[in-house]
Structure formats: structure tokens, C-alpha cells
Ligand binder design. Structure first.
Ligand SMILES: [Zn+2]
Ligand SMILES: [Zn+2]
Length: 420
């Protein structure tokens, strides 16, 4: 049997890794332009981080984690998401002392779920986290950051869908109203949701099952039960988005069914022919750090799946066409000049050029074919007679024009093309 990659994973080969690099570069650039610094957490964590930080009763923790014991009998798990892991890292580093803390991450998550397009068992998320800022400006800032990132990649028809799910002050009354409604429709709910009514009724709002969605559509909405403070917070987020010129709409169907989520939840949707697709989701989680055992810390952020985003960019032809990976090819006539070609290539690299030289001792014809194939702009041809005179031939691959250039002037005469 041939060796194959595990189901739900992918290999990213050079043709595609160039596209990933475009998206990753945009993420670093935009996040840093907002003053966010990168954080990287371990690929595996103690399972407790996610039991407490994501919630025991969630699908992620109940069904989707890659859990294992190491040789020291520790219960470990491949990171299924990053928000709880980042909060754990900040707690451990006592990094909450000087708010606000602004971070971004770009790392893999591992979840055992049914693979589908843009949804893999190992997937990559770009996300941001802001801690220590409880006001609406922080919410608006992370939404603006996500919006800027997507716009930077060329996505235009974006809409921000906004909702509020209340806080500790108004949640109990809402929760009671929701439980009463769900009790009245118990038979129509899936088995999971029937169990959730007592334990975590808000999670029913998230259920994707048809019957549950029908019951939820008729259920009381969090937004109609907001206290004065939560309402003012929501209006503050809206005013900030308005000031930034970001269009948004309230959307009661956007929820996060976890108790530590508070107030703002949002999605950024992209309108393509006939359909809306969610490219980014986020919200406020003022209860998370406390759930992990720290002092309460307001937090807000978003997560954005890069596999799905790449599919969207591909569909919209927004990814750059394949570009040459190399600017200059150094060809040597005769094996004796191989070392000289290496030296010249190295010299040109020192001047910011991307350079390849022959390492197969091929004929000049074969070397030029290779240069053509990799799409270089210039070829430096090193022949024995020219070398004896201290010159090399530089051929322009577009115009086919050739000229002799003193070897010690090559770097000055061949300038790097402008690259993005
Ligand atoms: Zn359900
Ligand atoms: Zn409230």
C-alpha cells in the first residue's frame, strides 16, 4: 500500500505555498499596522486548557479533540483552537499587567470532524485577541482589523453582521425566557439539545440541526433582553464602525453559545453570486480568563480560517498568477567554470537578486531551457574565452539582447526587478 497523508490533511506544494505566503504576508502586515504583536503557542496543550477554556459541553471538547497520553501519562491534546491557549499563555506569563494586550496568531488547529471543502482536520487560523479593554472601541478595532485584512486581499462585497448576547447582568432573565421556550418545544429538538436545556441552553442557539433551527428561529432573542449597559455597549460599537465608514447590520441569528461569551458577537460575510459566506467570526469573551483560573479580564477577538479564505480568493481570481521564483540564472559553459558560476551567483544574491545556477553540469542549451522554464529576466553566460577576458555575457530573456559585462560590474548592472 502506498503511503498517503491522513484524511482531512493537505500537502501544500510550491504552486500553492506561494499563495499561502501572499495571504500570510497580508495578515502580518495588517495586524502589525494596528500595533498587534504575534504570539505562538505549543501545538499540544494539557487537555484542561480547553475543557475549561472552551467548555466541556461543546462539540469541540466532547467529540472533536485529538487527545492522547504521553509517556509520562499526561492527558494532552493537539490544539483545537487558539483563544484558550493564548489566554493560558498570557496568564502563565503574567502578561495582563499592562493593558491593553494586543496579539495576533496564525497557527494550525486540529479537530476530528467530517472533512469538507475549506474545512480540514488540520486547518490554519489567523486570529487576534485584545485583553484588558472592556469598552466598545476594542470591539470596533478588531472588526476594523479583520475588514482591512480582507480588503487588502481584494475582497470587496463584505458585510459585518453584528449582535449582542448580553452579560452577567441581563443573561439570567434571558436564559430563563429561553429555557421556557425550549421546554415548550422539547420534542422538536435533537437529543443533544434536549440535554442542553438544563445544562447550557445557550448552546441550542448554535445547533445546526434543522429541527433545532426552527425552534431557535421562534425563540426569544438575546438582543431583546439586553440591560442598559449592554445596549449602550452595542450602540458604542455601531457608532465606532460608523465613524470608520464600515457598513454593518444587526443580525440576531449570530450567537456564541458559551457562557463566557459576552455582549458583542459578529461575523464578516462575503457576498458571492447568490450566497453569503462567512469568512470571519468573532466576539467578546469577558469570562474566559476567569474560567481558566485568572482574575477577570475583558477580551475580544476574531478567528479567520485561511483554507476557506484561500478557496474564496481563488474563486474570485484574487490570488496573483504564478510568478517566477528566480530573477537571474547563471549558466556556465564547461564544468571548469562551475565554481566561478557559484561565486557569481552568490555575489548577485548579496545584491538582493534571486539567483539560480546550474548544478547538473548540463550543456549550455539545456541550461538556457531551464532558465526559460523558471522564467528568469536575465541569464549570465560564463564562457571560457570571455572569462579569460574578465567578462560575461548577459542575455535579456525578454528582448533576447546580449551584451558583455565585466564580471566585477555584474552586480551593479543587473538590477533587481520591483517585487511586491
Ligand atoms: Zn440540536
Ligand atoms: Zn447586560
Amino acid at each position: 500500500m502506498e503511503l498517503q497523508r491522513p484524511r482531512g490533511t493537505q500537502d501544500i506544494l510550491p504552486k500553492d505555498s506561494a499563495k499561502w505566503q501572499v495571504v500570510e504576508a497580508a495578515a502580518h502586515r495588517v495586524a502589525q499596522s494596528f500595533g498587534y504583536a504575534e504570539v505562538r503557542t505549543p501545538t499540544f496543550e494539557h487537555v484542561e486548557v480547553f475543557r475549561r477554556g472552551v467548555g466541556d459541553a461543546t462539540d469541540i471538547v466532547e467529540k472533536e479533540m485529538y487527545e492522547f497520553k504521553d509517556h509520562g501519562d499526561r492527558d494532552l491534546v493537539l490544539r483545537p483552537e487558539s483563544t484558550a491557549a493564548v489566554a493560558r499563555a498570557l496568564l502563565q506569563a503574567s502578561a495582563f499587567a499592562e493593558p491593553p494586550v494586543r496579539l495576533y496568531y496564525m497557527q494550525s488547529h486540529f479537530r476530528y470532524e467530517r472533512p469538507q471543502a475549506g474545512r480540514l482536520r488540520q486547518h490554519t487560523q489567523f486570529g487576534v485577541e485584545v485583553y484588558g479593554a472592556g469598552g466598545p472601541l476594542a470591539d470596533a478595532e478588531v472588526i476594523a482589523l479583520a475588514q482591512s485584512f480582507l480588503a487588502e486581499l481584494g475582497l470587496r462585497n463584505l458585510s459585518v453582521r453584528l449582535n449582542s448576547i448580553g452579560d452577567a447582568q441581563c443573561r439570567p432573565a434571558y436564559r430563563a425566557a429561553l429555557v421556557a421556550h425550549l421546554e415548550g418545544h422539547r420534542e422538536e429538538l435533537c437529543a443533544d439539545c434536549q440535554r442542553r436545556i438544563e445544562r447550557s441552553p445557550l448552546r441550542v442557539l448554535d445547533c445546526k440541526k434543522e429541527g433545532c433551527r426552527r425552534v431557535v428561529a421562534e425563540a426569544p432573542q438575546p438582543i431583546d433582553h439586553l440591560c442598559e449597559d449592554c445596549l449602550r455597549h452595542l450602540e458604542g460599537v455601531e457608532a465606532a464602525l460608523f465613524a470608520l465608514g464600515i457598513s454593518y447590520a444587526r443580525d440576531g441569528s449570530i450567537v456564541r453559545g458559551l457562557d463566557y461569551y459576552t455582549r458583542t458577537v459578529f461575523e464578516i460575510q462575503y457576498a458571492k453570486l447568490g450566497a453569503q459566506s462567512t469568512v470571519c467570526g468573532g466576539g467578546r469573551y469577558d469570562g474566559l480568563v476567569e474560567a481558566l483560573g485568572g482574575a477577570p479580564q475583558p477580551g475580544v477577538g476574531f478567528g479567520l480560517g485561511l483554507e476557506r479564505l484561500l478557496l474564496t480568493l481563488e474563486e474570485e481570481s484574487l490570488l496573483p498568477a504564478d510568478r517566477s521564483a528566480v530573477d537571474v540564472f547563471v549558466a556556465a559553459i564547461g564544468e571548469e567554470l562551475g565554481n566561478e558560476a557559484l561565486r557569481i551567483a552568490q555575489l548577485l544574491r548579496g545584491h538582493g537578486l534571486r539567483v539560480e545556477q546550474d548544478i547538473l553540469a548540463r550543456s549550455l542549451k539545456a541550461q538556457l531551457r531551464r532558465a526559460q522554464k523558471v522564467g528568469v529576466a536575465k541569464v549570465v553566460i560564463l564562457g571560457p574565452q570571455e572569462f579569460a577576458r574578465g567578462v560575461a555575457t548577459v542575455r535579456d530573456m525578454v528582448s533576447s539582447a546580449q551584451e558583455e559585462v565585466p564580471i566585477d560590474q555584474l552586480a551593479a548592472r543587473i538590477t533587481a526587478p520591483v517585487r511586491e
